[in-house]
Design a protein around this ligand. Structure first.
Ligand code: GLY
Length: 357
């Protein structure tokens, strides 16, 4: 029997609902009609996702009285740049979209981030809807209104805060994800577990994450919504969502992006707990528990890179500024703290994490 849809309100400056359920792609027109009157919709997707789902989405939009045009770009992070962004804006202009029209992002994080930024920029802002199709995008980039493209200097360096009008998460799309991509999204869900959900951890520890994916997504989105509501513009508490990301990004960059984001964050989360335990911050046993959860879910627990290499990568992050670095460290499951340390201490902390001391 199919589970009923779950609706999670996000009370941001522009409130919206995240709807999670089965069969939503084929009903997206009905859901969008609840929040927007009939108009022209630019559906944005990539060359991997469009062949799978674009027709279904367009059919549903037409049935609900929307006119559609579609923009399909080459799949991959390398497309998330100012050139594709400019092409998308030109496409919106050529399609004569107005401020009362709509953009729909149909795809993973690259599609969602770039469509959101184009929606924030075109005519100084048109509404957009997120229809994510990967577990990672379901629980992270589609919710919270961070939109961006990459610059040569680094990832996500040009963007805007722009909340979507609605987020529609069709869990059926996860059936076409490879095990590697499912694991990639699972890393972010496990991160939410550490931030505040024993239920998520229990499913990854003892249960069947595929069978419980709707609950995992709902619980993750609820935690993200709470952070976004408290700190929409990322000046304080929202930084806790970056748990595992300082080391994770360093691992990702050191691997020259050969390792995916989620896999790197999974290792980063275990490693920061290892360092936290040695610093007397993290409850003993937390790192071992997380390592077991990662292993059960085909995620890494450490890295082959040395503390020197990782420190270099972490400090070369173009978004980092100043002589200190703020690390998010769990005290225990459900409670994290920020520890701001001089950059000169980072290598020592990473050595603790790797057991290099
Ligand atoms: N991905 C972290 C955030 O949305 O704040």
């Amino acid at each position: 029997m199919e589970s009923p849809v779950i609706e999670i309100p996000v009370k941001a400056s522009q409130p919206y609902t995240v709807t999670i359920g089965s069969g939503l792609l084929g009903e997206c027109g009905k859901y969008i009609a609840k929040v927007h009157k009939p108009c022209k919709i630019a559906v944005v997707s990539d060359t991997n996702v469009a062949p799978l789902y674009l027709e279904k989405v367009e059919k549903s939009l037409h049935e609900s009285g929307f006119e559609t045009v579609s923009f399909v770009f080459p799949a991959g992070e390398q497309s998330k740049n100012l050139h594709t962004f400019a092409d998308l804006l030109e496409f919106m202009a050529e399609s004569r979209l107005t401020r009362t029209d709509l953009a729909v992002a149909l795809g993973g994080g690259v599609t969602g981030d770039m469509t959101g930024f184009a929606a924030a920029s075109f005519l100084r802002g048109i509404p957009y809807v997120q229809i994510p199709t990967s577990l990672l995008a379901d629980v992270d980039s589609s919710v919270g209104g961070k939109t961006a493209v990459d610059l040569k200097a680094g990832k996500n360096l040009a963007g805007a805060f722009k909340q979507p009008l609605a987020v529609l998460i069709d869990i059926d799309t996860l059936q076409t994800l490879t095990d590697e991509f499912f694991a990639d999204g699972s890393a972010e869900c496990i991160k939410y577990g550490v931030l505040g959900s024993e239920r998520i951890l229990d499913i990854y520890e003892n249960g069947d994450p595929h069978a419980s994916v709707q609950d995992i997504i709902a619980e993750s989105v609820q935690i993200k919504a709470d952070y976004v509501e408290n700190d929409e513009f990322d000046t304080g508490l929202r930084r806790y969502l970056n748990l595992g990301h300082t080391l994770g990004h360093a691992i990702e960059r050191s691997s020259k992006f050969g390792l995916t984001h989620g896999h790197a964050v999974a290792a980063g989360t275990v490693l920061i707990c290892r360092a936290g335990e040695k610093m007397g911050i993290t409850e003993p046993g937390t790192a071992d528990r997380l390592a077991k959860i990662n292993e059960r879910n085909d995620l890494p627990v450490s890295t082959e890179f040395s503390a020197a290499v990782l420190t270099d990568s972490a400090l070369n992050d173009k978004k980092r500024k100043g002589d200190t670095i703020a690390l998010i460290i769990p005290e225990k499951i459900g409670k994290c703290m920020t520890k701001t340390v001089p950059v000169t201490e980072l290598e020592g902390i990473i050595k603790l994490a790797l057991g290099e001391e």
